[in-house]
Design a protein around this ligand. Structure first.
Ligand code: CAA
Length: 385
């Protein structure tokens, strides 16, 4: 529970998504981890439930829900399948939110309904082979040619790069202007010159595809620019602020799944003539894990509440992301330890949770980047890494 009371509507959304997630999403999560099959049918059902345009205003086909409702829903999906959750997170937090915030009326009317209805999955292409933590050093270019821009370059580690149907891409429109020379474009799948490249074979989140996107003389209509020329870095950073609350929500969801699995195992496992849940060593582990999850949950709520109040939430989003992603990596190990040797096998889901959580301290800004954002906000200067 948050330190404030959830509204009836927020609790209703949480319980509706919990039921759906534990019945429908959980049913195929283990199999998808093996087969790497993209969960498109579940994502479509999530669209029908209003989960894929959650914070999109109603007039553009969304639910008009607040961020608290969104993180409750995302945590519930992550509880069952972290692969499905990351697709939901990038789609809602970064792609839909960036179009809501920076899109023209025409872009909002064209793209938001199709995202909310899951006609297309949204992807976000900022990272490049040599520009991860430092996206200002990206090399992709967009050169104006009449009423089009011609994009050239390679994007890397793109969530839903293969299965996505609409990508927000950043590219340099003015080399000399550094971060103010980066612009953002909405590129639709099928646009000539945008090709899906290498697909990563990842240790976790295996049902979510992560690919290169290669742009070779890709002509994008100038009207597809998101925001103004030079706004791309600001759009990316603003999107990532919201995205980082989403990663905190994923971390909380996976952590809760780990704790519940460990408690269930401890209650069923006998050693030395009693259930291992009776041993103080296990009980203290469980008490510490539950406390860590609760602390992360409160940071997640705090960042989401600030965003809902339209206050600046950059620092709180980074704090929530930093603490929650580090927390889930601490506790997956402990929950696996409670499972003993069985935790190291694929007979129990804890092994999948352990692998899935590993990337949470890395993507959408590493823990080290979150510390830069937090300390820059405290010192109120812009010290470089
Ligand atoms: N909101 C709005 N604007 C922001 C901002 C924010 N949160 N943070 C910075 N800016 C603006 C600043 O105001 C500044 O603009 P002006 O000069 O016009 O005022 C400009 O951006 C540059 O700011 P900095 O000097 O602080 O930028 P920097 O180059 O030092 O970088 C950084 C800051 C925090 C290190 C940033 O580069 C960063 O977040 N890096 C990590 C990138 C990242 O998270 N990548 C993950 C990619 S997505 C992904 O993981 C894949 C996926 O699909 C899940």
């Amino acid at each position: 529970m948050p330190f404030f009371k959830l509204t009836d509507e927020q609790m209703m959304i949480q319980s509706m998504v919990r039921e759906f997630s534990r019945k429908v999403v959980a049913a195929t999560a283990e199999e998808r981890d093996k087969s790497k099959e993209f969960p498109i049918e579940n994502l479509k059902k999530m669209g029908e439930l209003g989960l894929m345009g959650m914070m999109v205003p109603v007039e553009y086909g969304g639910e008009g829900a607040d961020t608290i409702s969104y993180v409750l829903a995302l945590s519930e999906i992550a509880y069952s399948c972290a692969s499905t959750a990351v697709v939901m997170s990038v789609h809602n937090s970064i792609v839909c939110e960036s179009i809501v915030k920076f899109g023209t009326e025409k872009q909002k009317k064209k793209y938001l309904p199709m995202l909310a209805d899951v006609e297309v999955i949204g992807a976000f292409a900022l990272t490049e082979p040599h520009a991860g933590s430092d996206p200002v050093s990206q090399n992709t270019t967009a050169v104006k040619d009449g009423d089009h821009y011609i994009i050239n370059g390679t994007k890397r580690f793109i969530t839903s790069g293969k299965n996505g149907g609409l990508v927000i891409v950043t590219a340099k429109t003015d080399e000399s202007a550094k971060h103010r020379g980066i612009s953002a474009f909405i590129v639709e799948k099928g646009t000539k010159g945008m090709v899906v490249g290498h697909e990563e074979d990842k240790m976790g989140l295996r049902a979510s595809d992560t690919t290169d996107l290669i742009f070779e003389n890709c002509r994008v209509p100038a009207e597809n620019m998101l925001g103004k020329e030079g706004d791309g870095f600001k759009i990316a950073m603003t999107g990532l602020d919201g995205g980082r609350i989403g990663i905190a929500a994923q971390s909380v969801g996976v952590a809760q799944a780990c704790l519940d699995a460990a408690v269930k195992y401890a209650k069923g496992r006998d050693q030395f003539g009693q259930k291992i849940s009776k041993f103080q060593g296990i009980r203290w582990y469980v008490a510490e894990i539950a406390t860590e999850i609760e602390a992360a949950r409160q940071l997640m709520y705090s960042a989401a509440a600030l965003k809902d109040r339209k206050e600046k939430f950059t620092m709180q989003a980074s704090m929530a992301k930093l603490f929650a992603s580090e927390m889930v990596n601490r506790i997956t190990g402990k929950c696996l330890q409670i499972h003993g040797g069985y935790g190291f096998t694929k007979d129990y889901p804890i092994e999948r949770f352990y692998r899935d959580a590993r990337v949470f301290t890395i993507y959408e800004g590493t823990s080290e980047i979150q510390k830069i954002v937090i300390s820059n906000n405290i010192f109120k200067d812009k010290r470089k890494p």
